[in-house]
Write a protein that binds this ligand. Structure first.
Ligand code: MEV
Length: 328
């Protein structure tokens, strides 16, 4: 069996706008998904997952990948997670040329599903890495990131940027603009995450922004304005100017609200963080529910969030310097 882990991420700036070619700056954090892949003697794909913020479950796919599961998976999030693994395993087969090989895949994750912390990207990166290593091939990080991006893109009907998957593969803070992806120097950021216990549907939220952009010119202007904030944010990151980073994160949250991807609980957590003295706070990821990210070196934001109605969990997150980790 080969085992790999990959980190989740928060967006300091630029989610949604990155889908339209604007830059984004996500930052990997030390919450991880770990995937074990073991070759089977038949061609089945059997997926066992625990700790995906849901009860442990097992799904068995008959025959080759792509055929329907032979147990009923009613939870849409679980179905979505399985879809990502299914396509990731197709990439493993493609890289290695072993079309008929079957696998037992075990997923353990500390990253809540669909909550803006890059759970699907982390699972996909770790699954492709462990799967290819199980068959004797170790991918370069760039190819791993590219295959993980192709996987997300296929599952999300072409509506994905390279940001989540590149960040999870490399770790650290990264800058993504179209297919130009690179790592950035980042200071030690005082990141606090608030989680409302919910999730958003990335595909639907991305599609919602797309229709808004087609119908209203304010929405395309908003996407461009987010791009300007990201460029300013990059410079603030280079200078290590946490106050300016926070101010720009606040602007970015307001613009995401204008695009309709915030929610009452995300807004409550953002305001609780700001009122507690955070330098800035914004939703992270696709939105609709899930997580916010705030910058606060003191304990005030974490404490305030833990008393905020609508916040289920608040925690400090360390920057993940390493992306994919080869464990076994
Ligand atoms: C989702 O984590 C981030 C989005 O920008 C979509 C993407 O970049 O693929 C909303």
């Amino acid at each position: 069996m080969a085992v790999s882990s990959a980190p989740g991420k928060v967006y300091l700036f630029g989610e949604h706008a990155v889908v339209y070619g604007e830059p984004a700056v996500p930052c990997a954090i030390e919450v991880r998904a770990q995937v074990g892949v073991e070759q089977r003697s038949d061609s089945k794909l059997r997926i066992h997952a625990e700790d995906l913020s849901l009860d442990g479950f097992t799904v068995e796919y008959g025959g080759t990948a792509g055929s329907p599961p032979d147990v009923d998976v009613s939870e849409s999030l679980l179905t979505a997670a399985m879809g990502y693994v299914d396509v990731a395993i197709e990439h493993v087969r493609d890289v290695t040329g072993e079309d008929d090989v079957g696998f037992d895949v075990t997923i353990e994750s500390d990253i809540p599903l669909g909550a803006g912390l890059g759970s699907s990207a982390a699972v996909v990166v770790a699954a492709i890495d462990a799967g290819t290593r199980e068959l004797g091939t170790t991918l370069e990080i760039d190819e791993l990131a590219e295959r993980a991006y192709q996987t997300e893109s296929a599952v999300q009907s072409g509506e994905a940027s390279r940001a989540d998957t590149f960040c999870s593969a490399t770790g650290g803070a990264v800058r993504v603009e179209g297919d130009d992806c690179r790592m950035l120097e980042a200071p030690d950021l005082p990141i606090v995450v608030g989680f409302d216990g919910g999730a958003g549907d990335t595909g639907q939220l991305v599609a919602g922004v797309r229709s808004l952009r087609e119908e209203y010119s304010f929405a395309s202007d908003t996407v461009e304005a987010i791009g300007d904030i990201v460029r300013k944010g990059e410079r603030a990151l280079e200078r290590g100017d946490i106050e300016e980073l926070g101010r720009l994160m606040n602007f970015n949250h307001g613009l995401l609200g204008a695009l309709g991807v915030s929610s009452r609980s995300l807004d409550s957590m953002v305001w609780a963080a700001r009122n507690a003295g955070a330098h800035g706070a914004k939703l992270t990821g696709a939105g609709g529910g899930g997580c916010i990210v705030a910058l606060d070196p003191s304990d005030e934001t974490e404490t305030a969030l833990s008393y905020t109605p609508g916040c289920r969990d608040a925690f400090r997150a360390e920057l993940a310097e390493t992306g994919v980790r080869r464990i076994e």
